[in-house]
Design a protein around this ligand. Sequence first.
Ligand SMILES: Cc1ncc(COP(=O)(O)O)c(C=O)c1O
Length: 365
Amino acid sequence: MKIFDLKYDRPFRDEFQALCESIFDEGFLTNHKLVSEFEEQFAKFQNVKYSLAVSNGTSALELGLGILNVKNKEVLIPVNTFIATYLAVKKAGGIPVLCDIEPGYFSISAKEIEKKVTKNTAAIIVVHIGGHISPEVKLVKKLCKQHNLQLFEDAAHAHGATLDKVTAGNWGAMAAFSHFMTKVMTMGEGGSITFNDQEAFEKGRSLRQFGMSPENSILHEHEGGNFKITEFQAALGLLELKRINKRILKRQVLAKRYFENLKGTNWNVITDTDGSKGSYYKQIIIPPVSREIVSQQLSRAGIPLTGGVYDFPLHQQPVVYNSLKDRDFPIASSFCAGHICPPCFPELELEDIDKVCQVLVSIEK
Ligand SMILES: Cc1ncc(COP(=O)(O)O)c(C=O)c1O
């Protein structure tokens, strides 16, 4: 079994080739018609008003933080996230403040926010870990209102995910998505930032292209960057959007199989509860034995573990560790050391999940 196994059928390949032909015919290779079409379609898919296509999920975060103007301001982020969340805050000139997580869906903890918010806090980033929107976001939203803070969703894992039928991208001021190769949909590299506010969207469009004035392309109004994507990436993105619902549904079906197979055992399979419907970018399981033992046993059966979310939280990362005074994040430390993410991607079949579960249950005995 592979860690991931992207497959493209003949009709997909033919459509992609036809779109590539149309790009060559048009003779305009970047940030053009297909990019606009992709942005419209992606906004529709996430049920938001606007989206911008950008070079990757990291630049979506950096661009969003630029719109929020967090320079010299504190941005509260969960300690359990990919390094990109932290780096984006630094690149945008902000001060990342690490917070512990809640134990349900491993998202930033509202209690921690209450402890760490100061007069210099500008924003909070909520990361939808593994593709689940945690009900905790409702408490976080309340706190944002109370303290006049901006809420930014790191939805890198959460294409199509909902909580109380509200889609990722509708919980805060904006949301950043990653379309990296292993994600729920991919353009090889790529990302999107989504908005419901027109002014933020327009500032984002300018920041994406060197801070260019919308009226005059040789005048620059903001300190922007180059976060654009090519027409070829947009072509891939458009085709991915045609199959994304089917692929998310398959992930959910596979995840349900993990849950059903391991029900009644002491393997804790994280599943949809409290109105959350996940994308299942990752199937998270808390095993009754150490990750090393699980990994060894699965590996003997030819089954790989995929990367955790995350194996090492930010405060254990060499690039972050020395800058911290407070390294006490008990919930994240315990979760990060003690969970696994077995394979769960749409190219797998139910029998594959059964095979993984058989090995897992045999470890329990
Ligand atoms: C939570 C999170 N945020 C941001 C990113 C960055 O996305 P990208 O790799 O597209 O830059 C990732 C990517 O893995 C991620 O997992």
